[in-house]
Design a protein around this ligand. Sequence first.
Ligand code: URA
Length: 209
Amino acid sequence: MSKVIEVNHPLIQHKITLIRDKHTGSKDFRQLVKEVSMLLGYEITRDLPLEEVEIETPIMKTKSKMLSGKKLGIIPILRAGLGMVDGILELIPAAKVGHIGLYRDPETLKPVEYYCKLPADVGERELIVVDPMLATGGSAAAAINFLKDRGATNIKLVNLIASPEGIAEVQKMHPDVDIYVASIDEKLNDHGYIVPGLGDAGDRLYGTK
Ligand code: URA
């Protein structure tokens, strides 16, 4: 079974409170989502492998550690996932970014891919799938399916706020994918919104209705 890591650092919790507040406008909301994503990035990258390299400081030759291993890819689920990309890219500027767009078929209620543009070597990368809200888990599970169909084997899912239902769905469909989240909320309401949540993340990021 995959791990669920609730990253409850005080700075993250403070910023999540501001993000939840309905009086926070789009400009601040975007900035806060970026900042929380960056802070989550610190935790997501905690287990990246290191190798010792030899360098020369102004004082002497020494051995010091640098990242080794797989290259990274950040995969936002459109549209709200875009808001989390820049914060993580500030920490990992060499990461490639792939995009997945999904909509729900009104008849089958199943997620359908309408856009998918990924790094060519997606199968060799460690992938970080980002979406601010893990609600039913349907989109995240489908996006991870699409990535696995294209050869991805090493995937982490990162959300700001998750419902217990969404976590259970992703864990059921993808027991190999660890989930990083700033807050696990109470439940989903009858309209599929997370309670207490923050409303519609895409609308709040981009000032739409
Ligand atoms: N998507 C959102 O943007 N908000 C929710 O509460 C659930 C899904």
